[in-house]
Design a protein around this ligand. Structure first.
Ligand SMILES: NC(=O)C1=CN([C@@H]2O[C@H](COP(=O)(O)OP(=O)(O)OC[C@H]3O[C@@H](n4cnc5c(N)ncnc54)[C@H](O)[C@@H]3O)[C@@H](O)[C@H]2O)[C@@H](O)CC1
Ligand SMILES: Nc1ncnc2c1ncn2[C@@H]1O[C@H](COP(=O)(O)OP(=O)(O)O)[C@@H](O)[C@H]1O
Ligand SMILES: [K+]
Length: 511
């Protein structure tokens, strides 16, 4: 699913109005009408007090239209104009006049001098104060209103985006954002809904299709995309009846060290479950027995030393894809081995954990990393690789520039893992906090390597791998719960994640 920028949303608004040869107030009427339908479906005429807070821009206009419908349908509504600016936009003013024409209870105008209204926990608050147009800090009295809404315990419904949330920067000290129970966002989700500093404000949300021009939406390329089942189905290649293991590639997982063999065991097993035809693990000698006992399906290769870490990376396996890093450690001998290994590589590979740390500490090695290689850092590893950042948006910009400069793919792991390549961002839509457990990153490395070995393009392998990893965890928590989930369980549910791609949605239960 595409995620549009603010400029693209404004453009879509404009084109829609032009194409339909209708004044833009009609689009606002439509948006407000859909908001009303959503609210009415749930309230069914109930007399709960509804307080509609409207700004003086287009977001406020949407709120005014909703308020008018509520008044016309005899709801118990009080409307407020949060008059944070003297420049009320024309469509807002039109929507304001239309509301005044249907009721004697005109909206209450709030200014810096006003006493803010009492909001009780029994109220429903409609937050239509700021939309995607917020571009500077609101005045203190407006922030006080946000805080009062948040402190009220009322049910808060935000229109389009919680007021106070920016489209292009994370909150800073002193910022206040409305914390809604639900957000109804127009047409498509917005980027901050998925970023660590702002996603916590999106406890529940849905998209309201307000009929923006489908042609514009379809043909406009976006810098950001949300990757879910529909996108992954299009990448997936099914197997034919006469398939044999030679067709699905040989994965080589390099890593492990004394006390950390589990990481490479998990990665190797995950590569098998992801569908790799064959898997070999390249581990220090002390790890061979552990690996072969744990995973009879996986072959082992080892170096010519007898130490606790890899001292050499020199293998016979003719691998279709290599994943390096899990459990490897950063011993100086291993660093030397990785240097030698990287210099000999031509094909894209998966670079994780300590392999990232080694490259971060020796940036000259980046020059030897094959193009389209997939780095899978968590935030700590990412910071070592690219340096610090100011906020979530700055991190995305710096990471995508770094990936572009070195022609690599970077998978920024986290609650919504974001993959970047060629200045585009792909946000993953699966996964849950059960994955915040030791070893789940090693599993991801195995899955992506296994997909790469099967001939998927590195971008497909990265996006599908992240999706299946998260989806497997989503299915697995039905059995293990979020707290109980372990990395190994995720591997066991990878097959179910594949099957789920084509699962029919559940039939509605008979009444
Ligand atoms: N396609 C869509 O998504 C549609 C969007 N519409 C609505 O339009 C909204 C965007 O409207 P606007 O661009 O008018 O913006 P907003 O209504 O979000 O903001 C209002 C205005 O306040 C100004 N402003 C920003 N920060 C301020 C601050 N701190 N203090 C004082 N003034 C400030 C801005 O310049 C802006 O013009 C969307 O969020 C949505 O609710 C609808 O009208 C219909 C269609
Ligand atoms: N709260 C969360 N929601 C969804 N996915 C998560 C969450 N926390 C972590 N993950 C995922 O779990 C994995 C953790 O990887 P990593 O930090 O490398 O763990 P480890 O080093 O223990 O293997 C990543 O794929 C990450 O995206
Ligand atoms: K809002």
């Amino acid at each position: 699913m595409k995620i549009y920028s603010r400029a693209q949303i404004y453009e879509a608004d404009k084109i829609t109005a032009e194409k339909e040869s209708l004044p833009s107030i009609n689009l606002m009427e439509r948006a407000g009408g859909y908001l009303y339908e959503w609210v009415h479906e749930r309230l069914q005429g109930g007399k709960v007090p509804i307080k509609v807070f409207c700004g003086i821009g287009n977001n406020g206009g949407d709120g005014m239209v909703l308020a008018r419908y509520l008044v016309e349908n005899n709801y118990n509504v009080t409307t407020y104009v949060v008059n944070y600016n003297t420049k009320r936009v024309p469509d807002f003013l039109e929507a304001y006049d239309r509301l005044k024409s249907v009721t004697k209870n005109w909206p209450i105008v709030l200014t810096e001098e006003s006493v803010l209204p009492e909001i009780s926990p029994q109220d429903i608050v409609i937050d239509a104060i700021f939309g995607i147009g917020l571009n500077r800090a609101p005045q203190d009295w407006v922030k006080k209103l946000f805080s009062a809404i948040n402190a009220s315990n009322a049910y808060v419904l935000s229109v389009d985006i919680p007021s106070g949330m920016y489209m292009d920067r994370s909150p800073e000290e002193g910022d206040v954002i409305v914390l809604p129970r639900f957000t109804l966002s127009f047409q498509a989700p917005k980027l901050p809904f998925f970023l660590p500093a702002t996603a916590p404000f999106m406890q529940a949300w849905d998209i309201l299709d307000i009929g923006l021009d489908p042609e514009y939406l379809a043909k406009t390329p976006t810098d950001v995309e949300l990757i879910g089942k529909q996108e992954v189905i299009q990448m997936y290649k099914s197997r034919h009846q006469f398939a044999h293991k030679g067709m699905f590639g040989h994965s080589l997982l390099i890593g492990g060290s004394y006390g950390k063999m589990g990481a490479i065991v998990l990665a190797s097993k995950a590569a098998m479950r992801a569908g790799s035809g064959m898997v070999t693990a390249y581990v220090p000698q002390i790890g061979v027995q552990i690996l072969q006992t744990a995973l009879p399906e996986v072959m082992a290769e080892t170096d010519n030393f007898n130490g606790k870490v890899l001292e050499e990376i020199d293998f016979q396996t003719e691998a279709n894809a290599i994943g390096i890093g899990p459990g490897m450690g950063t011993d100086p001998k291993t660093v030397k081995a990785v240097e030698g290994f990287l210099k000999a590589q031509k094909n894209p590979m998966v670079i994780d954990a300590d392999a990232i740390n080694i490259i971060a500490a020796h940036p000259a090695l980046l020059e030897h990393v094959p193009n389209l290689s997939i780095f899978t850092p968590h935030l700590g590893e990412l910071e070592r690789l690219i340096g610090t950042w100011k906020d979530d948006f700055d991190r995305l910009e710096k990471t995508s520039k770094f990936a572009k400069t070195h022609d690599i793919i970077i998978v920024i792991k986290g609650a919504h893992t974001i993959t970047t390549h060629d200045m585009k961002l792909y946000i993953n839509d699966s996964g849950n906090p059960g994955l915040a457990t030791a070893g789940s990153g090693d599993v991801l490395t195995g899955v992506i390597t296994g997909l790469l070995a099967q001939g998927y393009h590195p971008m497909e392998a990265a996006l599908m791998g992240v999706y299946f990893h998260g989806r497997a965890a989503d299915i697995a928590i039905n059995q293990y719960g979020i707290e109980g989930l372990m990395a190994g369980d995720v591997i066991e549910f990878l097959g179910r994640a594949y099957m789920d791609l084509f699962a029919k949605p559940e039939e509605p239960k008979a009444p």
